[in-house]
Design a binder for this molecule. Structure first.
Ligand code: URA
Length: 426
């Protein structure tokens, strides 16, 4: 029989910097999921955790209690090992699209349960939904079959995985408590552990367009997630990667699909290729497979899996992608070298053009977004195009330009930039 506690007492305990016991954590998570603990009490508790944190024991128990509120998937019947990747989110981060088929082409099954975008970062499902006919929802049986037959699946996470997180994340979103390291770590890892992958690679973003704006905070988030994964028996590793500048040359749904297909065809921007290969190597290593992802990109094997993966979910990989009805160019105001292209500014501009949503029920425009013609380090002449803005709603151009204000800098000399891959945490 479960013990009864007093929610107000537990809020006071955490507010004063105390530690929860295992019974208290189970009572809180189950009570909140079942609707017995009021929203206002959980929001006060989330704020207390935001300020006081959780120690490693509490974090492990909190994550386990969230997992126990839902189902756990089981991929043990598959004929090959599984590996998944999770990114903490960034602007132009389309890496999942080329990565999942690439790793599958090397012999590892990739179950990629993804989400939709909210705010300035795009969602993988929104990007794929710009492909005519493609559907995000699969049953668990369909997902398992596709993993066996094609090797990769990118689909919507069903409502059965860690339902406690769904409720708690929605509450954190409106109470200013998203940016808490233990709450982010338990939110992400409860879903990944419940998903049942045996290996996991985390891409923890640092910089202007990321949740974690400093390396110190990103490092702490990465190591706490790696610890949670390892303790749950998952081979887990994290890469700390830069999100000062958008990834690649596009931010926006169909624009990013187009760029991902370029990578799968052996081209594409250098940073997208570099990060895709680095994450693929980590996933293969964690899954215990010795293969060369560069070869699978070069010989068309990854492209072949991509086409089969899109077709298996009703999409036509050869259909033309939607384009926006209106475009507008942002021109360089002087000669020089691009020294800054702020990820947050570009992400907000793409969002305002219609690529993202403010509320989760809002629609997105498939063709909207920002196309970058130059990146930091490139030279440009006065009057040349820096960006092209794409939208179906031309009245959004002025708001997109306002978001970019000050986010792009041109100077006489290049400045030193952070490496794309900052560190590896295992
Ligand atoms: N993504 C999640 O799934 N949860 C968080 O708390 C933050 C990002």
């Amino acid at each position: 029989m479960s013990t009864d506690f007093d929610a107000t007492e537990l809020i006071r305990l955490k507010r004063g910097g105390g530690q929860f016991s295992s019974e208290q954590i189970s009572w809180l998570i189950n009570g909140y999921t079942d609707g017995k603990i009021a929203e206002e009490q959980m929001s006060a508790l989330a704020m207390a955790i935001y300020f006081q944190g959780m120690d490693d024991t509490e974090l492990g128990l909190w994550t386990a209690a969230m997992i126990a509120t839902g189902e756990r998937l089981d991929f043990s019947s598959l004929s090959r090992p599984t590996a998944d990747k999770h990114s903490t989110g960034g602007v132009g981060d389309k890496i999942t699209l080329p990565l999942a088929p690439l790793v599958a082409a090397c012999g590892v099954a990739v179950p990629q349960l993804s989400g939709r975008g909210l705010g300035h970062t795009g969602g993988t499902l929104d990007k794929l939904e710009s492909i005519p006919g493609w559907r995000a929802s699969l049953s668990n049986d369909e997902m398992l079959r596709q993993l066996e037959e094609v090797g990769a699946v990118i689909c919507a996470a069903g409502s059965g995985l860690a339902p406690a997180d769904k409720k708690l994340y929605a509450l954190r979103d409106v109470t200013g408590t998203v940016e808490s390291i233990p709450l982010i770590a338990s939110s992400i890892m409860s879903k990944k552990i419940a998903e049942g992958t045996s290996a996991l690679v985390l891409d923890v973003k640092v910089g202007a367009g990321a949740f974690m704006d400093t390396e110190e905070k990103a490092r702490e988030l990465a190591s706490r997630m790696v610890q949670l994964g390892t303790e749950a028996g998952l081979n887990t590793v994290a890469l700390l990667t830069s999100m000062d500048t958008p990834l690649g040359l596009t931010a926006g749904n169909a624009l990013e699909v187009r760029e991902s297909v370029e990578v799968l065809a052996g081209g594409g921007p250098t940073d997208v290729v570099e990060l895709t290969i680095a994450l693929a190597r980590e996933m293969l290593q964690q899954a215990g497979i010795d293969a060369d992802p560069r070869a699978a990109l070069a010989n068309g094997a990854a492209m072949d899996v991509w086409k089969r993966m899109i077709r298996a979910q009703g999409g036509d990989p050869n259909a033309p992608l939607p384009t926006a009805r209106h475009t507008d160019q942002v021109l360089a105001e002087s000669d020089g070298v691009i020294t800054r292209m702020d990820a947050m500014a570009v992400g907000v501009a793409a969002w305002r053009l219609g690529a993202g949503r403010a509320r989760k029920e809002d629609p997105v425009q498939a063709g909207a977004g920002v196309e970058m013609h130059v990146k930091p380090g490139d030279r440009i002449g006065k009057g040349q195009a820096v960006l092209t803005l794409h939208t179906n709603t031309p009245d959004s151009f002025s708001r997109a330009r306002a978001a970019l204000g000050g986010g792009i800098e041109i100077a006489d000399q290049p400045v030193e930039r952070r490496d794309l891959i900052i560190d590896r945490i295992s």
